[in-house]
Every structure is written in C-alpha cells, then in structure tokens.
Design a protein around this ligand. Structure first.
Ligand SMILES: Nc1ncnc2c1ncn2[C@@H]1O[C@H](COP(=O)(O)OP(=O)(O)OP(=O)(O)O)[C@@H](O)[C@H]1O
Length: 599
C-alpha cells in the first residue's frame, strides 16, 4: 500500500511528527466515541422514563442526582462531554500542526537532497534529467510528496487503528453489527490495490507528458526572439497546443480514474454502513438493543469507513507523489564521478598543468580529442586556437574537471587531476566563459562571490582592471545597483567585464578565458584583452580564442585541428612554419580586409 521504505527512511525527521499526527487522530476518535456513547446512555435513560427530579434543590443537584449510567450522574456525564469536546478540538488543532511539520520536514529534506545531488553531479546532471524536469520535480513533485508524508502515511495507520478501536467499543453494544462493519472495512483497501495497478501506468504517462510539456514551454520561451525573427512562433504555438491537448487528455484520464475509484469507495463505505445498521435494527426489533445503543451504532457506523474513504482521496495525490519519487530516485541514484580525495594540493608558487596523451569522447564513439599533449607553464599567456568544433572548449572543461578523462592524464603540480578534490582545484583554477553567469542581486553581491571579505577598495580596483569602474561609478547606486536575472539589465560587454572583475578578485593562480570576448562590442573586447595581458604578467593565463591577432603575444600557441594538436610554438615560429596556423591567420586577414572594404 505504497509504503516506500526508502522514501520514509530518507525523511527520518518526519517520522516523529507522523507518529504524533496519528496519535492526535486517534485521540479525536476516542473523544467522539465517548461523546456519542454518553448521548446514547442519556437517550436510554429518557426512554426508560427516568425524569429529572426538579422538586426542591437547584438544577445542579437535579443533574447530579440523575443516574446516567452506574454511578455516573448526568452532571458528571456533561462534564466528561465538555472535556472530550475540548480534547477533540485540541487534538484536531495539533493534528494540523504536526501534519504540517511532517510535510515541511520532508519537503526540506527532499529539496536539500536534490540540490546536493545536483551540486555533486555538476554539468553531468543534464545527462540524467532535463532542467525543466528538475524544476518540476523539485517544486510540484516534492509538493505531492508533502501530502504523502503529512496526510497519506498518518491516515494509513489511523485507518487501521480507527476501525479496531471502534470494533472493540461497539462489540460491547452489538457484536454482530460491529463484526459486519469490521468485515466491510478491508474491501476499501482491496479496491485501492486494484485501482493502483491501472493508476500506476496512467500516472507514469501523466508525468512524462507533464515533463515534456514543461521542456517545450521553457525552450520556446527562451528562444522566443529567434522564433519571432523567423516567423516560426505560430508554428511552435500550434505544436505546443497539440502537446497541451495531449496533456489535457491524460489529465482527464487521471481525474476520471480518481473519480471512479472514489465512487467505488463510497459504494463500499455507505453499503457497509447500511448493512451494519440493518443488523443493529434487527437486533433492536428483537429487543436485544436499546434505542440509545441503536443511535450510538448508527452515529458511529460511518466512522468505520470515513478514515479509509479519506485515505482513498489522499491516495491519488500520494500516488502522484510516488510517480514523482521514482524520478527523484533516478536522479539521486545517478552515478557520480568519483571525487578526488586530496584535500590540499602541495603548495607551489608556480602552478603547472600538463596534459599527456589525452583522448576524449562525449558519447564513447566519436573521438573529440585525440592524443593531446600540452603544457600550461606557470606565468604568462598560453593560447589554444583552432577552427570551430576542433575541441578547444572540451579541453577547458576537462581542465576544470567538469568531465572525466578516461584516456590519458592531466597533472596539476604533478598530481593527477582526478585525485584532487574539486573544491581544492577551484582554489587554483578559474574560468571566464563566453556566457558568464551574473546572478540576480547587486553588483557588490556578484563580486563578493569571488572571495569572502573583499573590501570596497579591492572591488573598485578589480573593476578598474576590468575597465568597468567608470560605468559603475556613474550609476546612482554604484556597487549597490541591482542587476536582474543573469545580468539581463547589463549589455553583453558589461556582463563579461563584470565577470572579469569577479575572476580578478578571486585571485586564482590559473585563469582560463574560453572565448570570453566573443559576441561582444569592440570596445569591451579591447578592454578585456588589455586586462588579460595585464593579468598574464602575474598569473598563468590560458586563452581559448578565435581572434588570432589577439594571441600573437602568447608565449606558446597550441593549434588544434579536428581534435588533434597539429602545431605549437610562438606566433613567429608558427608563421615561419607556414602550416595550419599560417593558413588560419591568412584566412582571417582576408576576411578582415573584406570587412574593411565593405565598410
Ligand atoms: N556536450 C556535448 N555532447 C556531445 N558532443 C559535444 C558536446 N560538446 C561539444 N561536443 C562536440 O565536441 C566537438 C568539440 O567541441 P568544442 O566545443 O570543444 O569545440 P570548440 O573548438 O570549442 O568549438 P567553438 O570554437 O565553436 O566553441 C564538437 O564536434 C562538438 O560537436
């Protein structure tokens, strides 16, 4: 009955609150039994003709002398009813609090686990689940599981406890009626099990459709400008409508399945109550029951079935949560790259990186890098150039341990990169890519990310080096100016320069610039190159660039062609050789002269 041991074990902190929720529900039903039973006894006495003795004395005395049952007087009975009502109200209130705590704990735990896993997976998360899928799982999937913890599991155990408690109490009044009620109870879980078989299949399809629709929506939204430019927005709109229609259909299937199952459960619940009540009426007719007892049985008959009926309605939401949990587990179980164990790299004033006989393939079939051996010597500028798709960025991602090297080795200060913990690696190496991420928040907050305790002076100095100081100074809020999501309120060039200032503040010995100046204005490009040359005087800088004119001054230029290292040397050596590099330079010259002419 959907008792997912792993899920429950995972959210250990919720267990205590789930237990308290069950206890509160149980206390509530015990109070109900007490109240109804005392009312039944009062009716019995009244039917027996027991009248209030109002002659003389106060009303209090009259109530105390009225025998409700055995030594219990009507006054005592009324006090007990009052207490039971208060206890019932308190337990109902506490039920809400504990149920919330159980679900809130589960929500926090699951979201934390997903987040931690994503951090460990790094870039590899995309191979397991799409970004939109992860967002859906973390928000809606986790919310469905909140109901599983806060409502479904407590209700499951309460649904076992309630009929047993009622059976024990009612069997003192009418064993036969209590037995009939009790026999009807298992029919509801049996119907749930039958429905579950169909539901599992439908819900799996529902989640797949939901994730696909989310992915299409996200993609179309992100590419909306391109779609508009090519007049393709209407076509994509139609495609999305079709997908949405598919999702509507599967949603309707889920809803009708839920409705039908609720009807079946209602039939069993009301049918069971009716049969039990008929048995009680029969006993009453034969004089085996008093009218008060009959009323107690009628009033409590529905209580046998209501908990299971409620379980049935939570069941569907919980079932949806189960389908989501399968995907959460698939994400949590995704294999992680083994993290190096080395906490501390031997300190060396000169960080040296060596790649030897490196081979790499993304899909295990097509070799993207073949037998690459190169050295990134300490200090100065080193460049990797090559045509588009030759494997330059792949080398950068391998240097940052974003992907694992299967063949060949990368040594950093003579240590295999795979032995070094990522955190430790990132104390040595940092990156400015073509699309640096700027976070929503102030400029200051984005800069503070680089290093703890950075002072305003240091920030201004870094902005000066990145040629962004004058821009920030002219802003009314200066460093405290808010930038929107992914720096969308900044120009491409300003974003890159801000990213450059951040990397300067991070003060790592090795900085990789991967096409950091592509797609930006000439002014920003020049400003960034100036900063790169300045940085290269103190740090080890690796530049991956398509602009050959800018890397002329590099102490070594590595030339890649179709995943192979074809040449290396200084600009003059390479030009002298008249090989691949020379051809690239000449091609670029021709292009630039054509551009000049067309201006
Ligand atoms: N995530 C990926 N999955 C599969 N193949 C990839 C992936 N990223 C890159 N590739 C492939 O690997 C090859 C090298 O790509 P890479 O991005 O390293 O080239 P590049 O030289 O940096 O190109 P550019 O100058 O255009 O950025 C290309 O053929 C590309 O199609």
């Amino acid at each position: 009955m959907m008792m997912n041991k792993r899920l429950i074990a995972m959210c250990d902190e919720s267990k205590k609150y789930m237990g308290l929720t069950i206890l509160c529900s149980w206390v509530g039903i015990v109070c109900n039994i007490v109240i109804v039973w005392l009312i039944g006894q009062l009716i019995n006495r009244m039917v027996e003709g027991e009248a209030l003795n109002m002659t003389g004395g106060s009303i209090g005395e009259a109530l105390s002398s009225y025998p409700l049952i055995g030594p219990i007087s009507l006054a005592t009975g009324m006090i007990v009813v009052m207490i039971a009502l208060v206890v019932k109200w308190v337990s109902h209130y506490l039920y809400g609090c504990y149920s919330y705590q159980a679900s809130a704990n589960a929500r926090t735990t699951l979201r934390r686990l997903i987040y931690q896993k994503l951090l460990r997976l790094g870039m590899a998360y995309q191979q397991v689940e799409k970004t939109s899928g992860i967002v859906q799982l973390s928000i809606e999937g986790v919310e469905q599981l909140e109901i599983y913890f806060g409502k479904y599991i407590p209700q499951f155990f309460y649904s076992l406890l309630a009929p047993i408690t009622l059976f024990v109490c009612l069997s003192f009044i009418s064993f036969k009626a209590a037995l009939v009620f009790m026999l009807g109870v298992p029919l509801i879980p049996l119907s749930i099990v039958a429905i579950m078989k169909v539901a599992k299949r439908i819900l799996k399809a529902y989640w797949n459709n939901y994730a696909n629709l989310g992915e299409t929506f996200l993609e179309n939204l992100q590419g909306l400008t391109t779609l508009k430019v090519y007049n393709q927005d209407e076509r994509k709109h139609q495609e999305m409508n079709e997908e949405a229609e598919g999702f509507r259909q599967i949603t309707m299937k889920v809803l009708s399945m839920q409705l039908n199952s609720i009807n079946v459960m209602d039939l069993i619940a009301f049918g069971g109550s009716a049969i039990g009540t008929i048995v009680a009426l029969y006993e009453f007719k034969r004089g085996m029951l008093q009218v008060g007892d009959l009323i107690v049985i009628i009033l409590l008959s529905s209580e046998f079935f209501i908990p299971l009926r409620l379980l049935g309605s939570y069941f569907h939401i919980a079932m949806n949560g189960m389908a989501a949990s399968d995907r959460i587990f698939a994400l949590l179980d995704a294999p992680e790259e083994e993290e190096g164990a080395l906490e501390m790299m031997p300190s060396s004033p000169q960080t040296v990186i060596q790649l030897s006989h490196l081979n790499f393939s993304y899909d295990g079939e097509r070799q993207v890098l073949q037998d690459i051996s190169l050295d990134l010597k300490s200090g100065g500028l080193t460049a990797i150039v090559g045509e588009s798709g030759s494997g330059k960025s792949t080398i950068a991602s391998l240097l940052l341990a974003q992907r694992r090297v299967a063949n060949g080795s990368i040594l950093i200060n003579n240590l295999p990169l795979s032995d070094v913990r990522k955190e430790e690696l990132y104390r040595y190496v940092s990156l400015v890519s073509a699309h640096s991420h700027i976070f929503k928040g102030t400029i200051r907050e984005n800069l503070l990310m680089a290093r703890e305790g950075v002072t305003t002076d240091e920030m201004m100095q870094a902005l000066r080096t990145a040629r962004l100081e004058s821009f920030v100074m002219q802003l009314p809020q200066g460093l405290d100016t808010e930038v929107s999501d992914n720096g969308s309120s900044l120009s491409g060039g300003q974003k890159q320069r801000l990213a450059l200032a951040r990397v300067i503040l991070a003060d790592r010995p090795v900085i990789i610039f991967d096409e950091a100046t592509s797609n930006i204005d000439v002014e920003s490009e020049e400003a960034i190159w100036e900063s790169i040359y300045e940085l290269a005087k103190q740090k080890t800088v690796l530049v991956i660039s398509h602009r050959l004119a800018s890397v002329k001054e590099a102490k070594v230029i590595y030339v890649l062609n179709e995943g192979q290292l074809v040449e290396s040397g200084t600009h003059h050596e390479l030009m002298h050789r008249g090989g691949h590099y020379t051809r690239m330079v000449e091609k670029q010259h021709q292009l630039e002269s054509m551009r000049e002419v067309s201006r």
